[in-house]
Design a binder for this molecule. Structure first.
Ligand SMILES: Cc1ncc(COP(=O)(O)O)c(C=O)c1O
Length: 398
């Protein structure tokens, strides 16, 4: 089912839901069949996040299963090379190799509490698919993962892992066969199968997902703040993250948003540069509109229809972006930059050879931006290393 139609269907707006807005962005723009499900989810999540037992269980799995806290590693050779003091928040060291597992642990606990019988999820780079298939195995739940065919081909290792973990793996060849189409396929299934529980992988989509994903990923920012204060005895001058939908970024930023002196820099998947159809730099080139259940920025044509995007990084190759990022951009609290494939590949190679750390191609965008903006600045800075690059090594980038 093609759910593009629901994205722009203004009649389905739930006007009264003021919760879930970041400034003017956010909300719950869904067809009537999804309204009660999402309102129930919002209600349950609001209750659970205040419950000590729930938080204790969440942290139990983060510590014992994911391996948190992740280190804040001082990257000496990268720092010398760039001319600033750079720390890497090592989300790549989490079980399954990226930040996505923080969110899937949280959401599967919500699903368990709600008595869900089946889990579904979309995936782009495959990291969220792997993280969801992992927690479904951990809790013995049936699971379906939707992935665009193009992404399944360029992230074969993760496609294999999802199947090995026991999930049903469903590819779609709709549209550009990338993340947007995987979200459409998962949303379509969700609408038709009301008993399923949708574990959404980024801080996007209708309320309560942007708030819920932020909550579960905020562990990154909470840890990083404590760690930098321990190691440097001060806050950083700047922080960096890559932005696809925006979950690893909002997780890190949440620890520093109120510290007005900490500059926030975001790297979008710039593809070939700012050319329509050849980039996924949504907050640089897109416009505000309703897309996949939320009012945020989206890459669109003059008639307001979403357009194709392109980035070498499957996890950044998405025309939308989380509503809180739209708000952070418009309020000038965070900057958003277009980082091209070429720049990301350079950073991918550089971090590997300088530090012995192979970053995910998504995370390499954040490293590339930091290398550019921190050159000889002598700043103290944190880059979120959102994932590891095993999934990208067979892509002939050297
Ligand atoms: C390693 C990694 N980093 C970043 C992203 C982008 O997602 P988000 O912007 O939600 O953090 C992905 C998405 O798959 C990813 O796998």
């Amino acid at each position: 089912m093609n759910t593009n139609t629901i994205n722009t269907e203004q009649t389905a707006i739930i006007e009264e839901v003021k919760q879930g807005y970041f400034g003017e962005f956010g909300g719950m723009f869904v067809p009537p069949v999804l309204e009660p499900k999402l309102l129930k989810l919002a209600e349950v999540f609001d209750e659970l996040k205040e419950k000590k037992e729930f938080i204790k269980e969440f942290y139990y799995y983060l510590n014992q299963y994911v391996g948190r806290p992740s280190p804040l590693y001082y990257a000496q050779r990268l720092s010398d090379y760039v001319g600033s003091k750079i720390y890497l928040k090592r989300e790549d060291l989490n079980h399954t190799g990226a930040h996505k597992i923080n969110n899937t642990i949280g959401q599967i606990l919500v699903a368990k509490y709600m008595g869900a019988k089946e889990i579904i999820a979309e995936t782009g780079a495959g990291q969220h698919g792997v993280a969801t298939a992992t927690v479904a195995a951990l809790f013995g739940m049936k699971c379906k993962i939707f992935m665009g065919k193009k992404d399944a081909e360029r992230q074969q290792l993760n496609a294999y892992r999802i199947k090995l973990l026991g999930s049903e793996f469903i590819t779609t060849d709709q549209g550009t066969a990338t993340l947007k189409d995987a979200v459409d396929a998962a949303l379509g299934y969700y609408i038709e199968n009301p008993d399923s529980f949708y574990i959404l992988g980024s801080a996007v989509g209708p309320h309560p997902y942007p708030s819920m994903v932020r909550f579960f990923q905020s562990v990154i920012g909470t840890e990083a703040r404590k760690q930098i204060l321990e190691q440097e005895n001060r806050l950083p001058d700047s922080i960096f993250a890559c932005v696809g939908g925006g979950s690893n970024a909002i997780g890190l930023y949440s620890g520093f948003i109120d510290d007005k002196n900490v500059k926030i820099y975001s790297a979008e998947g710039g593809g070939d540069g700012l050319i329509p159809g050849r980039t996924a730099s949504t907050l640089v080139m897109g416009k505000p509109m309703v897309f996949q259940g939320t009012y945020s920025y989206c890459m669109s044509d003059d008639d307001g229809n979403p357009i194709d995007t392109y980035s070498i990084a499957a996890g950044l190759d998405y025309p939308g972006v989380g509503p809180e990022h739209a708000f952070l951009k418009e309020s000038n609290r965070a900057e958003y930059h277009c980082v091209t494939d070429k720049e990301a590949i350079e950073a991918f190679k550089l971090l590997s050879s300088l530090e012995g750390i192979i970053p995910a191609i998504e995370s390499s965008h954040a490293i590339a931006l930091a290398m550019k903006l921190l050159k000889n600045k002598n700043e103290v800075s944190i880059i979120n290393l959102s994932g590891r690059g095993d999934k990208d090594v067979d892509r002939n980038m050297i």
